[in-house]
Design a protein around this ligand. Structure first.
Ligand code: FES
Length: 134
């Protein structure tokens, strides 16, 4: 499938948006680094992931936020909001994860995370939350 330049809409997250514009359990479409990005909050935790599905490129701006995943409205693939990993078919490939910072009542998307760094961070957090009994 041929890909053209991404159509950008919504706020420039690199310039920041008011924290109050990011409601819990909702997705806000904007852009960062020339790419469409979804900014959201789940359980009080801010996150930012790519807004284009890795399956056939559908916009996930109208997707759902369910149990720590963003669900694509086209064919219902699901992606982790913490790592971007595809956790439900038909998508097999991840979507990008972005770093989010909060300063002075504003939220900024500051850069795309390396995939391995995002996975290491989540594994460390999971290990701390669920220590091994051994
Ligand atoms: S385009 Fe998203 S699941 Fe098919």
């Amino acid at each position: 499938m041929a890909e053209g330049p991404a159509v950008l809409s919504g706020p420039d997250f690199e310039s920041g948006v008011p924290l109050s514009s990011v409601a819990d359990d909702e997705l806000l479409l904007g852009h960062a680094g020339g790419e469409p990005v979804l900014l959201g909050r789940s359980g009080g935790e801010l996150f930012a992931v790519g807004a284009s599905c890795s399956h056939y490129g559908a916009s996930m701006a109208e997707g759902l936020l369910v149990d720590g995943t963003v669900r694509c409205p086209a064919h219902h693939a699901a992606f982790s909001i913490r790592t971007g990993e595809a956790v439900r078919a038909p998508a097999l490939n991840p979507i990008p994860c972005w770093t989010v910072e909060q300063r002075d009542g504003r939220v900024f998307v500051t850069g795309k995370q390396e995939r391995s760094a995002a996975l290491r961070q989540v594994r460390a957090e999971d290990a701390a939350a669920h220590p091994s009994p051994w």
